[in-house]
Design a protein around this ligand. Sequence first.
Ligand code: GLY
Length: 346
Amino acid sequence: MKRIVALLLVAALAAVSACQEVEEGSVGGPEIALSAGGAVAVAPLAVTHGGVGSPPDWSPQCQEAADTALATILATGDALEGAVSGTVIMEDIPIFNAGTGANIRLDGKTIQMDAALMTSDGEFAAVAVIERVRNPIRVARAVLDTPHRMLAGDGATRFAHAMGFADVVPVCPEAEAKFRKRWQQVLEGKAGGGYDTFDWRRAWNFPGPPPDAPATVPENAGPETGDTVGTVTRGGDGTFAVTLSTGGTSITLDGRVGDVPIYGCGSYAGPYGAVACTGHGEEIIRQMLARTVYNLMASGMSTQNAVTEAVASFPPEWSVGVIAVGRDGWGVAANMQMAYGVAGGE
Ligand code: GLY
């Protein structure tokens, strides 16, 4: 029954979007908490998300990132540089789970991040489990200028430092408070995401022992599910680009990699548009979600309907959000709250 309601919703949206002028809406329902989009003829355009689970009051920061991305496109004419600049803004704001605000792993110390980019002419570059850099997306951009497509682990970190990126551990009070809250939940067997049943003590793969129980657990440690930041852009020449950056889910073993740096999963771009996902990476990988959304757009579905259909089809027990820009405009959808920003098209 839920599935039928979702499909009817998609059909209704298809009818509406044909005459929509940057009109935004929200639809209720068990699978879709957010669906928005707008028809925008060819013009520079940027859309950002602050990660599924991010509250609406983070929208000004997402808007700042979208505005920055648009300004960069207008200044450089380059959709990729616009997408990089938008994601850098969010990596530098500690509320977001990326860069400065990246999640802390299970040992209470380690911060390992993933980032990726793709352009409509098929260029792709990524870093995985990179440490000690402020802006992983800038390192992914540097990987694009190498003969490789992805660098991971210590090699990625040493590459970043060799390329002149500062050696900094991106710690902040927001991420530390979130870790204490999540660690307490793990110890109580209430962490979810598989950690309530998983024997993590047996699988422990950090060099040191598990941390002690937190002395204090903050009441207000921010949303537990804020996940990944992303930017999708369209240049004035009709080219597309996407960037994604994440501290990974909270919380994980050493070396865990989610959807973000996996080709076709967290992000995808081609001649029909650019797609950025956020949510439970293990399931996004299984769905090859970004490529799936892109295929819907390439088959003729509107951008807004493609993201809404993808979210409606996603297993509802896992969080997910998708943003996209296409030839017809933009779309945003999520199965829970998600802050986002849109710039351009006027
Ligand atoms: N979606 C981000 C992650 O699962 O790592």
